[in-house]
Design a protein around this ligand. Sequence first.
Ligand code: ADP
Ligand code: MG
Length: 347
Amino acid sequence: MIEDKNQQRTPLSTLGEFALIDHLTKNFEISHTSTVKGIGDDAAILDFGDKSIVVTTDLLVENVHFDLSYMPLKHLGYKAVVVNLSDVYAMNAEATQITVSIAVSNRFPLEAVEELYAGIETAAKIYGIDVVGGDTTSSTTGLLISVTAIGQVQKDEAVRRDTAKVGDLLVVTGDLGAAYMGLQVLEREKEVYKVNPNSQPDLEAYTYIIERQLKPEARKDIVKLLKDLDVKPTSMIDISDGLSSEILHLCKGSKVGCDLYEDKIPLDPTVITVCEEFNIDSTTVALNGGEDYELLFTVSQADFPKIKANPHLSIIGHLVEESAGVHLVTRANTKIELKAQGWKTFD
Ligand code: ADP
Ligand code: MG
């Protein structure tokens, strides 16, 4: 046991994820000129000659990040890779390699771990990346997966989250909220199954949103699209924790404010229908749902003609002075301040 000299005991839940990271890492110093950006973005940026390397890592823990009662192991393997690649693409980089580390308990037979790796292999093939290492160890409490992704980008082409400017347009790819509503449907079916294991759920109407939860994709295509359109975003971040949280990160990092327009937020029709069924406000879901793995970026107004009317891109707002704050402009034309959501994991 480590002797406890520190009598004070602060519950981690009083800080939340981001304050905790800040607190733990605030004294770390950068000593290499190759470290262009350390902690604080979707990925670190390391400069080597005319290339920048980006590095990002994520840890997925059973019953915190995934529930194996409805998450097939193959999908879990696929998702573990994809969520990391999303952070690489959010830097405007090309993903090239990953390492995969697992801690696994005796509860899992070989065949189960094979399934997990089938998903990892499929993602590696589809996204064109090499699996170059990892670590394997035992666990007493279930399954943990950690993936580290490495990518490359031409020097000075990496796009950070702290470089947006007042007046820039705020753009999001795809549509939002589907992964969260997919999770709600899966959770509901799990409860039904507990009561009646013989019930045969008809989930056909929910295919899109369940797929978005169980088999998300990272927007590799957008990095290419932006190149083809000759648009370099002024800042970029991926949407893992919900639109609201990511806008706040981007604005805080860039020292700007934002007006986000409720009527511009892209929603799939299924999300709207299922939100009605669950009696949840679809804007709240888009703002706070998370796990969309879409890209959120800003462009200068001069690039407007290049991105307008593109079916993959929605212009959802614009950046204002920091002192003006970060607001949602509702359909009724009232302004509501966007606030950081509490972090659930340490509750
Ligand atoms: P994302 O949601 O894009 O994956 P995170 O919110 O997980 O990013 O992390 C924010 C930043 O903090 C990243 O730069 C990440 O590398 C860094 N970070 C997170 N946890 C730790 C830790 N325990 N020690 C050092 N850096 C960390
Ligand atoms: Mg990210």
